[in-house]
Design a protein around this ligand. Structure first.
Ligand SMILES: Cc1cc2nc3c(=O)[nH]c(=O)nc-3n(C[C@H](O)[C@H](O)[C@H](O)COP(=O)(O)OP(=O)(O)OC[C@H]3O[C@@H](n4cnc5c(N)ncnc54)[C@H](O)[C@@H]3O)c2cc1C
Length: 550
């Protein structure tokens, strides 16, 4: 069946049915072309990153081909925690609400030592944000909703059963060889984006290597479907050395469909095949949930992990995004979340270059920006992993001391690390930022993602992020100077005129006074701000933010 003919209800079914959707194979006219067909953007991989990128580009009017060697959604239990920033990006892509409706929203985490709660934390301690800190949603649902959205957009051609087998990179593009059930063909891409996952065949075909650390520990994932509502609130619970699993750690999360994800640390010596057997898993789960708990085992696997990254994410006309560019441990939920941020960073840059509005130098800035973000993620992920799985007696003593102190002392809670969860990187060192010339306080420095705030528009509630333009936005507190309306590709949003900051949270978060102006990029990062700007200063910041010579 042509995937575009799959009935809409299929994407709204649950669990096993969604995972059973078969997108099938459709012959492409490119396969009959005497010479390789030319395409502006080819994406390898229809995972969460490749799909998000394809939707963003297609919404911007670009034509995109997505190649995937498979024909189904991801199998089993992979990502479950999707962060506020990812939801905000998916809002822009038209799927945020769908994800939130199905997902389980949560903000609170609790940390236990043995059977005692040490402390709790709130990842979104303030109100005035449209989205929660996190939702939990099985990765196959997230992918299903992305595919459904992609199929609504005429510019996207997803080709399942299309396996990339060779890539030849050139100064002005890349030639791909592709295998299908009906034989091989070739295709020429002006830009090739590798979103082909942690093992990235594209990376290997170009002779590139991801480097980093491999951690010597094993974790069992047990996803269990409870017969009744469980006795746990919708929170993230993390235990160090609990009585039901001594000397190891355990993580508990709620997912939709009354499925609970339990990660049991096993240690390096554990035998993965033995540990995956239901007769070994069920007693572990009963020890946690209680001997009488009624549940079915939905999924089980044993994983190890590595923190790895490619040296450079841009290699001429071949760009790497998501797991193909960087791999982090699952503690902290950074894999898919940071990959979707890669996609959003790249989409507008590719669009501007393909439209001829910017030089390829703009795409090159994706490299340093997202490599910086990957380093921050890798650093946090490595710290969390070292804390959870101490590798020496001294580290374990330090860890246990921090845990005991955390009961009473807030400073020690900052040391305890059960996987600090994904937040978007502030791109402090980005070449696209214009340094401040005026004094501001707060977090919304050039390079930061704009924080959301509740607004009203013509008396109706709305949100700051929803009111931003497709390209750049000039946020003006008060009335905009006349020249602002002549800036090309810039939406002018006058706070107090076009929209009302009725709780004054936008002004507070941006440290804005009357006449303050903030320039926001298409990916919603702040790139410049002024107390009272001149036209020349704003035009120069715009040029810098699009990698034009300043
Ligand atoms: C146990 C576990 C828990 C996790 N929990 C979280 C979490 O809570 N939150 C989070 O953000 N992340 C989490 N992650 C990480 C997350 O799953 C990954 O970061 C995410 O799937 C990466 O997306 P991607 O699109 O880059 O790659 P993938 O999802 O791996 O997609 C790659 C795609 O490329 C295709 N492909 C591969 N080779 C070829 C080829 N030769 N030709 C064509 N197509 C090809 C594949 O079929 C696949 O569809 C977790 C991972 C694991 C293992």
């Amino acid at each position: 069946m042509n995937p575009r003919d799959i009935p809409r209800e299929a994407f709204h079914a649950s669990g096993a049915e969604v995972q059973a959707i078969d997108f099938g194979y459709v012959r492409s006219p490119d396969q009959d072309s005497a010479t390789p067909a030319q395409h502006p953007v080819v994406i390898v991989g229809a995972g969460p990153v490749g799909l998000s990128l394809a939707i963003d580009l297609a919404q911007r009017g670009q034509r995109v081909v997505v190649l995937d060697n498979d024909h189904k959604l991801s199998i089993g239990s992979r990502a479950i925690c999707f962060a506020k920033r990812t939801l905000e990006i998916w809002d822009r892509l038209g799927v945020g609400q769908r994800m939130v409706d199905k997902g389980v929203s949560w903000n609170v985490g609790k940390v236990f030592l043995k059977d005692e709660q040490l402390y709790e934390f709130n990842l979104l301690p303030e109100s005035g944000h449209e989205r929660p800190a996190f939702i939990n949603l099985q990765q196959y649902y997230a992918e299903a909703y992305l595919v459904e959205r992609a199929l609504q957009l005429p510019g996207i051609d997803i080709r399942w059963h299309n396996k990339v087998t060779a890539v030849q990179s050139r100064a002005d593009g890349a030639l791909l060889s592709i295998d299908t059930p009906e034989g091989a063909y070739q295709m020429d891409a002006q830009w090739l984006v590798a979103c082909d996952g942690a093992r990235s065949p594209t990376r290997q075909m170009l002779g590139l290597e991801s480097k980093g650390r491999i951690f010597q520990d094993r974790f069992l994932i047990a996803d269990v479907k409870l017969a009744d509502e469980a006795n746990f609130p919708t929170e993230r619970w993390f235990w160090f050395d609990p009585p039901f699993h001594p000397n190891q750690s355990v993580l508990l999360h709620r997912q939709p469909d009354n499925v609970w994800r339990i990660d049991f640390q096993l240690g390096w010596d554990a035998d993965p095949e033995e540990e995956k057997k239901p007769e070994n898993i069920i007693p572990r789960v009963k020890a946690l949930l209680g001997a009488d708990a009624q549940f079915e085992l939905d999924w089980a696997s044993v994983y190890t992990f590595a923190c790895l990254r490619l040296d450079r994410f841009v290699h001429g006309r071949v760009v790497f995004a998501g797991d193909s560019a960087h791999g982090v441990s699952p503690f902290g939920a950074r894999g898919a979340n940071s990959g979707v941020q890669d996609a959003e960073n790249l989409a507008w840059k590719l669009d501007w270059v393909l439209q001829g509005r910017a030089s390829p130098e703009l795409v090159n800035t994706y490299g340093p920006e997202r490599e910086y973000a990957a380093d921050e993620n890798l650093c946090n992920s490595t710290r969390a992993t070292d804390f959870i799985t101490p590798k020496s007696e001294v580290s374990r003593l330090f860890r246990d001391a921090a845990l005991h102190l955390a009961r009473e002392h807030a400073f020690a809670r900052r040391i305890v690390n059960s996987g600090r969860l994904s937040v978007p990187a502030t791109l402090h060192t980005s070449p696209l930022n214009t340094p401040d010339t005026d004094a501001f306080v707060g977090t919304q420095v050039p390079g930061a993602v704009l924080l959301d705030a509740p607004l009203t528009k013509q008396g109706q509630p709305t949100w700051l992020l929803r009111e931003l333009g497709r390209d750049f936005t000039l946020l003006v507190f008060g009335s905009a100077p006349a020249w602002a309306h002549d800036l090309p590709g810039v939406k002018v949003l006058q706070i107090g005129i076009d929209v009302i900051d009725h709780q004054a949270l936008a002004a507070q978060r941006l440290d804005a006074l009357p006449r303050t102006v903030v320039l926001v990029r298409p990916d919603q990062h702040v790139c410049a701000r002024w107390r009272t700007p001149t036209e020349a200063a704003v035009r120069s910041a715009l040029a810098r933010a699009t990698a034009a010579a300043v």
